[in-house]
Every structure is written in structure tokens, then in C-alpha cells.
Design a protein around this ligand. Structure first.
Ligand code: KIV
Length: 269
């Protein structure tokens, strides 16, 4: 498993790859593809739990799936994404929820959507030995304030995002996700920070990239403009499930090769 220091030292040297994973099977496949970091994103809300956004996702849901991803990997850094209101209300609750991901579920680090209210938390967690990934720009837990629109397009907002990223680096974050901000702003933040930036919809000058696994696989019914599908798993699944239904309905499945007969049961009645 790469350590957070190893991830840090990749900044400016070697691209960092991060994907979301919500189960052990996907996490194992991500590891086989040499992904550096598996993020148990609260994007699971939209991606797999059937919610309209990430807000209803609970600590228990992230915990259960973090455990699954940790069991499915050996050589991948496992980062649990802290859901809405699992931190930020008071320091103690935030620390306990983050600590649970490390102590009980096998995560190596946590990710926290960053704001003024997470600087002190980042500092305390880092002191306690809980590595933190910061997240600035579009932060989907603030959807009711910002929508899902690109952030940082005006100079004031851009400076604010850059300042927040720097403050979290100073507080001890070992990496910073930059979501849906202009590529030239992301490039300047990447230059400014010593820790790696990991972009999603933030151009190619970040130190690494992250995408939601459903988008990578072509499993999503709606893909954000900055994402790219590298496969068509949705079509594969539709076709496989459809073929199964047809085979059962036509009596073609199960065939003899999928059944067994115990001769001693022939005369049971
Ligand atoms: O929840 C998530 O998957 C994320 C990434 C898109 C960065 O926050």
C-alpha cells in the first residue's frame, strides 16, 4: 500500500490516479489496474444508493462500504469520504466519525469537503495520525448553496478557493481535490501548493486525476461534462440481464450442465 508520504512525493513527478469504489469487487479491479487511491466517495448517494444527491448518505453507509473496499485491496490507499454533517458541527463528533473509518473499517485516510469550518478539524486529525485529503472548488455537499455549477470563475471566488486550499495544506492535508474549477486556476493552485492536487473537471495540470467509477465504466445515465467514459458497462449489463430473462422465459436456462441429479432421490415418492 502506498503511504501518504509516497503519494505526496509524486507531486510534480508522476501522475496520481484516484477512482471511486463502493464495493470489494470494483476495488480489486481498480487495484489490478494499478490505481493509487480508492475513494469511497459519498457520490455513492447518486451512483449506487438511488438518492438524488449526496446529502442523505450516512456515516454507516460510508463505513460499510469502506470496509468492503479495504477488504478488496492490499496495495491501494483507501480514503473514506466523510458524508454531510458527519463533521463540522463540533470537533469531537468529526474526529470520532473520521476515526471510525480508520479504526474499524481499515481506511488509510479520510476526505473532507473543505471550508473555513474544516481547517481546525484537519489540523487535529493530522495531529492524531489521521491523514486528510482536502476538497475545494465545487463541493457537492453545498449543492443547496451553489448548485453543481463550475466554481472559481470570477477572480474573488478564485482567490478564495486558492486560499482555502493553502490553509488546508498548512493545517496538514496531504493532498487536495480540485473539483470543477477553471483549468488555469487549478494550474496556479497546483503551482502554489507543495502537496499534490487531484483534479476532477479541473484540467490537465493537476498532479493527479479522480473520476467517479460509474462514469469511467459508462454505467451512469447522466455524465458530468468534464467526465469521460472509457467503456460501455451499462450496455453490457442491459444485454446480459436481458439475455438471462429471455433464457429463463424460453426454458433454455438452466440446461443440463447447470443442474445435477441424485439417483437415490428418484423413487422418493
Ligand atoms: O464523492 C466523490 O466521489 C467525490 C469525488 C468526485 C472527488 O467527492
Amino acid at each position: 500500500m502506498p503511504t501518504v508520504q509516497e503519494i505526496r512525493s509524486k507531486a510534480g513527478e508522476e501522475p496520481i490516479t484516484m477512482v471511486t469504489a463502493y464495493d470489494a469487487v470494483t476495488a480489486t479491479l481498480a487495484e489490478q489496474a494499478s490505481v493509487d487511491i480508492a475513494l469511497i466517495g459519498d457520490s455513492m448517494g447518486n451512483a449506487v444508493l438511488g438518492y438524488d444527491d449526496t446529502l442523505p448518505v450516512t456515516v454507516d453507509e460510508v463505513a460499510s462500504r469502506t470496509g468492503a473496499v479495504a477488504r478488496g485491496t492490499e496495495d491501494t490507499l483507501v480514503v473514506a469520504d466523510m458524508p454531510f454533517l458527519s463533521f463540522g458541527t463540533d470537533l469531537q463528533t468529526g474526529i470520532e466519525n473520521c476515526g471510525r473509518m480508520i479504526k474499524e473499517e481499515g481506511a488509510n485516510a479520510v476526505k473532507i469537503e473543505s471550508g473555513e469550518h474544516t481547517v481546525e478539524l484537519t489540523d487535529r486529525l493530522t495531529d492524531l495520525g489521521i491523514p486528510v485529503v482536502a476538497h475545494v472548488g465545487l463541493t457537492p455537499q453545498s449543492v443547496n448553496q451553489t448548485g453543481y455549477t463550475r466554481q472559481g470563475s470570477d477572480p474573488e471566488q478564485a482567490k478564495e478557493i486558492a486560499r482555502l486550499a493553502r490553509e488546508h495544506e498548512e493545517a496538514g492535508a496531504f493532498a487536495c481535490i480540485l473539483e470543477h474549477i477553471p483549468a488555469n486556476l487549478a494550474a496556479q493552485i497546483t503551482d502554489d501548493l507543495a502537496i499534490p492536487t487531484i483534479g476532477i473537471g479541473a484540467g490537465s495540470d493537476c498532479d493527479g486525476q479522480v473520476l467517479v467509477i460509474n462514469d469511467i465504466l459508462g454505467l451512469s445515465d447522466r455524465t458530468p461534462p468534464f467526465a469521460k467514459s472509457f467503456g460501455d458497462v451499462r450496455e453490457e449489463m442491459e444485454s446480459a440481464i436481458g439475455d438471462y430473462v429471455d433464457a429463463v422465459e424460453s426454458g433454455e436456462f438452466p440446461g443440463e450442465e447447470h443442474s445435477h441429479v441424485a439417483e437415490e432421490l428418484d423413487e422418493l415418492y
